[in-house]
Design a protein around this ligand. Structure first.
Ligand SMILES: NC(=O)c1ccc[n+]([C@@H]2O[C@H](COP(=O)([O-])OP(=O)(O)OC[C@H]3O[C@@H](n4cnc5c(N)ncnc54)[C@H](O)[C@@H]3O)[C@@H](O)[C@H]2O)c1
Length: 576
């Protein structure tokens, strides 16, 4: 496509911003982020350079457009990227530094040392006694989470709506470095904050950005989103999305992406460790040793080989667990509300009662929905085998905890592991007490009970995988309009345009879902050669994507203006 058309669209983009009430200025950049390691130069001086004036396609008959372009040139500075990466202490630098430190430690510690025991001189190597300190790092196999990076890379022509450096992204809550790298590699301006922002600062910041990346602490309510005049898309770098007003976002053309399954393996591995730990009473033995007590026992300690694992909910986590536990010699049965193909030699049982009556270990992997509230209560615990174990790493509301306390006190339940609770503290600290959950002290007093603070999915690998998944979803959405994986819009995508398809344009029209709109849209698109088109709706919002060939600058302008004029319009985007 000619540079003329590109320039033209840049003008349209500025008017798009203006239509959505944008201030038209990025001068707010001059505010230095308070708690951040910023990755671009946000100083007022750096905001001075201007984009080279684009050439209007036809200066004679585009007075209105020229005006838009002038406004555009005056209002949008080109943001230069920050100085060298070495000027910041990035997590990678820290990582390398730590690795280096460990390496140094190893070198000095591996030298054999002489000690004297009972009058005899022994030679020992400290290497053998070194544990993996918290600064140690592991390199997970590439296939465990990186493979999706290459799998999802768009292979065709990358659609660029505008100079990507004009895309401003605000990343809060220490979003994983993998996401930052993906977004920065696109040339977007990424502003990074380690924590969430107080609402007044968030409102200030969100006014200018096109993309915001958050985790669970940042609340994007309607009140906050009302200020986000330029916002195209929200990335939730976590599982849940209830911190975002999804409906308000959809009605204002803002798509929301998350990463629901990137940590499935991490949860499955935690549960595997807990099965063995419960069978061998490892938690109790470890606590006793920490208190100076040597208590070598084998009574009621078991191997897990040959035991029956009952998995409730055979989804992403449950099915991973099925494979892992069979590899350790367990027999697997599972209960799910839908018939699902068994992996390995696992067997689906028809009722929850069937599972509870047979399993030595029962583990829960169901969603939090009304049907799963207190799914395991006094009745279900009584149905479980005498001396069996319960594991819950799904959601806190799924188990009736007072009933579990009773069952454990009576000795019917031999042990339990809980990672999730009906009420969980919002921050780390000594908050797991009776004020939070009335039974807190009773629970803590039980033997062979493993309590963890909702860490099932909390691994470096999961965080990185979440960063990659959401980061790539954002790039796809910005550059090609694909809503695959979106939680508040219909999922719509078209195959990529190829480099050979030169004079093609992709039109995205987010609109109110009401009768007659498609007819109006098609009468606008119908004047052109529509190569492919897809449309779908979700509630009140519909999303249409169409690839149009053989367009010139004038076509793009008329398409854009005609769609913008429709009363059903929520947002129009034109990519090429
Ligand atoms: N502890 C953590 O850190 C952590 C991390 C990730 C996920 N989770 C939680 O783990 C749970 C499972 O996650 P997932 O990714 O495997 O979900 P998933 O959606 O892939 O699987 C859930 C399965 O449960 C089944 N199910 C739904 N209702 C059921 C019912 N009433 N009885 C039996 N089966 C039912 C579904 O059919 C599905 O197969 C979710 O609650 C999730 O929030 C916890």
């Amino acid at each position: 496509m000619s540079s003329k058309i590109r320039s033209l669209f840049q003008g349209f983009r500025s008017s798009l911003d203006a239509d959505h009430g944008a201030s038209g200025s990025f001068s707010g950049d001059s505010d230095s982020p308070t708690t951040s390691t910023t990755t671009y130069d946000s100083s007022p001086a750096a905001a001075i350079p201007r984009r080279a004036p684009p050439t209007p396609p036809d200066e004679k008959d585009n007075h209105h457009h020229l005006k838009t372009l002038q406004h555009f040139q005056q209002s949008i500075p080109v943001h230069s990227k920050n100085s060298s990466p070495s000027s910041t202490t990035s997590p990678e630098n820290q990582h390398n530094h730590n690795q280096h430190k460990n390496y140094e430690n190893r070198e000095t510690m591996t030298d054999a040392q002489q000690i004297e025991v009972n009058g005899l001189v022994h030679s020992i190597s400290h290497t053998l006694s070194l544990s993996n300190s918290p600064t140690s790092t592991f390199h997970s196999p590439v296939g465990s989470y990186n493979s999706r990076t290459t799998f999802n890379r768009p292979s065709g022509k990358q659609l660029k709506p505008f100079n990507t450096q004009d895309i401003k992204i605000l990343l809060l809550e220490n979003v994983n470095v993998a996401a930052r790298e993906i977004l920065e590699s696109q040339g977007y301006q990424v502003e990074f904050h380690k924590s969430s922002l107080p609402e007044d600062q968030l409102v200030e910041k969100i006014r200018d950005v096109h993309v915001i990346g958050i985790r669970s602490k940042t609340k994007l309510s309607a009140k906050v989103l009302r200020e986000a005049k330029n916002l195209l898309v929200i990335g939730c770098f976590c599982i849940g999305t209830n911190q975002v007003d999804l409906e308000y976002a959809a009605k204002h053309g803002i798509s929301v992406f998350n990463s629901p399954f990137s940590n499935s393996r991490s949860v499955a591995e935690l549960v595997i460790s807990e099965i063995i730990a419960l069978a061998r009473q490892l938690g109790d033995r470890s606590m006793e040793m920490h208190n100076g007590t040597w208590n070598k026992v084998s009574a009621r300690c078991w191997e897990i080989r040959g035991k029956i694992l009952g998995i409730i909910g055979y989804g992403h986590i449950g099915s991973q667990l099925s494979v892992l536990s069979e590899a350790m010699g367990m027999k697997v049965i599972y209960y799910d509300v839908v018939p699902l193909m068994a992996l390995g030699t696992a067997k689906q049982v028809p009722t929850l009662k069937d599972l509870l009556e047979q399993a030595d270990f029962v583990t829960l992997h169901v969603p939090e929905i009304p049907e799963t509230k207190n799914m395991i209560g006094a009745e279900q615990l009584a149905q479980m085998k005498q001396g069996s174990y319960l594991i819950n790493a799904s959601r806190g509301s799924v188990v009736d905890i007072p009933a579990l306390i009773e069952s454990m006190r009576s000795g019917h339940t031999a042990g339990a592991a809980l990672d999730v609770y009906p009420s969980e503290p919002a921050a780390n600290g000594d908050y797991f007490n009776d004020t939070l959950n009335t039974w807190g002290n009773d629970l803590r007093s039980l033997k062979n009970l493993i309590l963890t603070p909702h860490i099932g999915g909390s691994t470096e690998e999961a965080q990185s995988a979440i960063g990659v998944e959401v980061g790539e979803a954002l790039v796809r959405y910005i550059n090609s309009g694909s809503t695959i994986g979106c939680v508040n819009m219909p999922e719509v995508t078209l195959r990529s345009l190829t480099l050979a398809e030169e004079n093609h344009v992709r039109v995205i029209f987010i609109h109110s879902n009401r009768p007659g709109v498609l007819r109006q849209v098609n009468s606008i698109l119908g004047d052109h050669n529509v190569d492919k088109q897809m449309s779908d709706s979700r509630g009140d919002v519909a999303y249409l994507m169409a690839d149009i060939s053989d367009v010139n600058a004038g076509d793009i302008r008329s398409l854009y203006e005609s769609l913008e004029a429709l009363s059903s319009k929520i947002m129009t985007r034109v990519l090429y």
